[in-house]
Design a binder for this molecule. Structure first.
Ligand code: HEC
Length: 200
């Protein structure tokens, strides 16, 4: 190998490449990582609907089909009826002739809901005509044992059973009647007093 050739090589050849030697690209990983994190954060910010900590993947849940309000009240009212009223008025709602008046088809059940609430709250004792039949019995007051909601529920139940189809009774209505008649300490004196009292 001639000296000329060697000198030529030394002059023109570049040095061997060395890995990671250039400070020019030191920011590349930093920039790439920031881009990934930035993309991730932006993506989450736009697609996640809540920031709360919840189980699941953040998609909305399908709400359970809710039954209409009145049907819940009706079912709860049936329970109240079974435990409190059924012994006297019977599961059939027909009562017992000569002793307990019927609720099925009764003008007191299908009539003004406030009056019905008043009967359940304070009970009744005296003469009462139901579907043309006269009863002389005593129904105990429920104001001490049932809440306004339970009274509304059971009223809703009796107004919608055994062929009865009157509107449901709201709890607030029972609350109003309870408030309006709060000084009362005795049961209604049969149909006569119920007939002439205004519950509005
Ligand atoms: C201990 C037996 C007894 C229980 C318990 C009872 N009742 Fe009565 N209920 C009677 C009697 C007796 C009468 C008639 C009262 C009268 O002669 O003045 C009556 C009258 C009624 C009336 C008016 C008349 C009619 O037939 O429509 C309604 C409405 C009524 N009850 C609903 C209820 C409801 C609702 C319950 C349960 C929360 C209930 N009763 C619990 C015995 C009872």
């Amino acid at each position: 190998m001639s000296d000329d050739f060697k000198a030529d090589r030394l002059r023109n050849e570049k040095s061997d490449p060395v890995e990671a030697a250039s400070p020019r690209f030191v920011f590349v990983p930093v920039i790439l990582i920031s881009m990934f994190i930035g993309f991730g954060a932006t993506y989450l910010a736009f697609t996640t609907k809540t920031t709360g900590v919840e189980t699941g993947d953040g998609r909305g849940t399908t709400p359970a089909r809710t039954a209409p309000l009145s049907s819940g009240a009706y079912a709860k009212g049936k329970q109240v009826f079974t435990t409190v009223c059924q012994a006297c008025h019977q599961a059939s709602g027909l009562g017992i002739p000569g002793a307990f008046p019927p609720l099925a088809g009764s003008e007191w059940v299908l009539g003004p809901p406030r009056r019905l609430a008043a009967i359940i709250l304070h009970g009744a004792a005296g003469e009462i005509v139901v579907k043309g039949q006269t009863f002389r019995g005593a129904m105990p007051a429920q104001k001490g044992t049932l809440t306004d909601e339970q009274i509304a529920d059971v009223a809703t139940y009796v107004r919608g059973s055994w062929g009865n189809s009157a509107d449901a009774v709201e709890t607030s209505l029972v609350t109003e009647v309870r408030e309006k008649t709060k000084t009362r300490a005795t049961p209604w004196n049969g149909g006569e007093e119920l007939g002439k009292t205004s519950f509005e």
